[in-house]
Design a protein around this ligand. Structure first.
Ligand SMILES: *Cc1c(COP(=O)(O)O)cnc(C)c1O
Length: 395
């Protein structure tokens, strides 16, 4: 059965759709919510901050009462840094599960923070598996925390956080999750997956505009995080304690971004919450993947690992294909695509998140077909090397 979706307005005159994993295409209502000013200390804005925190917590479902939500100014990476610095004590040691740029960024962040850490590096896109995590933890009792990326946005892989969590807690360690690009569209229920804290931001699956991130953590972890952070402005415990006491952010909040976010949360709820949002994105992915495969394109990942967030396609082998030209032709047709991040073969990415539905994704496929025709590319089949690379996934 095809789910039914709300009507999608075209972006404003001449504005292209952003097929990118945030900033992404937002609704007019979200943009419009920013057309007034708020005093950060005023009751009205305090009420908005409260609404934002309780609205996000509600997305956890059962077990949410053990958690609290701490918004943090800045882009998503600021919140990742805040989470790592606040929950991994200076004498702790982390295992980072990396299979792309965001896992690598977490490891780099720990280096800046001077936190001892080891990295399980799976390369560009292979998933970290539960048994690998179990064996690393068994060999290294000094590891206190494991850092996992929920959807690794650089390839679009949906990592198996559930089996990772089982391995982590079976070994008596703690899990921190970067669910930046997944939260709001893919469930992360504490009743099903155990973790201490997770992080996401305003401009991903909730479809707000950029300007803050948020950490959702167990209250006892928030309590015991006092004194861990190296940073005044990124101290999650301090931000939380201040917010609980005064209802305010410690330093200037992104007032307009918060207002837009509240509008975005309303739309998220009207769409059916996490499952409704996830269903639309899944349909977006299915439409674009089927259409692109019909043109001869191949996805980097097997269906099993394809997230409903963003999909990596190999660039065609045809010598007339040039990514920059393809990008510009797609942009002329109203679609901003995203370059790939693979080190071995050329690729590009198409985001499935934002104010878009299956009809928009069908237009994306038509635009891709027209762009290939204009470039004189007769087949979108990738080079043999790409397919060989992919075969490693199955092995
Ligand atoms: C977007 C994203 C981030 C944060 O990136 P910013 O550019 O700092 O907002 C972190 N992790 C993942 C997995 C992401 O998708």
């Amino acid at each position: 059965m095809t789910p039914s979706f709300p009507q999608f307005e075209q972006p404003r005159l001449g504005e292209p759709y952003l097929l990118t994993p945030g900033p992404l295409t937002t609704s007019y209502a979200v943009k419009e919510a920013m057309l007034r000013d708020w005093g950060s200390w005023d009751d009205d804005f305090r009420g908005m901050t409260h609404e934002l925190r309780t609205g996000l917590l509600a997305l956890l479902g059962e077990g949410a009462e053990d958690f609290d939500c701490v918004p943090m100014q800045g882009s998503g990476s600021f919140s990742v840094e805040a989470m790592l610095a606040s929950f991994i004590p200076p004498e702790g040691k982390a295992l980072v599960l990396a299979n792309g740029a965001y896992g690598q960024r977490s490891a780099l962040t720990l280096r800046y923070l001077g936190r001892e850490h080891v990295v399980l590096d799976k390369g560009d896109y292979l998933p970290p598996r539960g048994d690998e995590v179990a064996s690393i933890l068994a060999d290294d009792p000094a590891i206190t925390h494991v850092v996992a990326i929920h959807c690794e946005t650089s390839s679009g892989i949906l990592n198996p956080v559930e089996e990772v969590s089982e391995a982590v807690y079976a070994a008596g360690r703690k899990l921190l999750v970067d669910s930046m690009s997944a939260f709001g569209a893919i469930e992360l229920k504490p009743s099903e997956i155990r973790y201490e804290a997770m992080v996401s931001s305003a401009n991903k699956c909730i479809e707000g505009v950029p300007g803050f991130g948020f950490i959702i953590a167990r209250k006892d972890e928030l309590e015991s995080a006092k004194g861990n952070s190296h940073s005044l402005s990124l101290d999650v415990h301090a931000q939380w304690a201040h917010m609980v006491k005064t209802g305010q952010w410690r330093f200037t909040p992104p007032t307009h971004v918060v207002a837009a976010f509240i509008e975005a949360l309303k739309a998220h709820s009207a769409e059916g919450g996490v499952s409704g949002r996830g269903a639309r994105y899944t349909n977006n992915r299915d439409v674009v993947v089927a259409g692109m495969r019909e043109l001869g394109f191949e996805t980097l990942l097997d269906n099993r690992w394809l997230s409903p967030i963003i999909v990596t396609f190999f660039c065609p082998a045809d010598e007339n294909f040039a990514f920059d030209q393809f990008y510009n032709l797609m942009k002329e047709k109203g679609f901003i695509i995203y370059p790939g991040k693979l080190t071995v073969v050329d690729s590009f990415r198409v985001g499935c998140i934002g104010q878009m539905d299956g009809n928009v994704m069908r237009q994306v496929v038509i635009a891709a077909k027209e762009s290939l025709d204009e470039m004189g590319v007769s087949s979108a089949t990738p080079p043999l090397q790409a397919l060989e690379e992919r075969a490693k996934l199955a092995a």
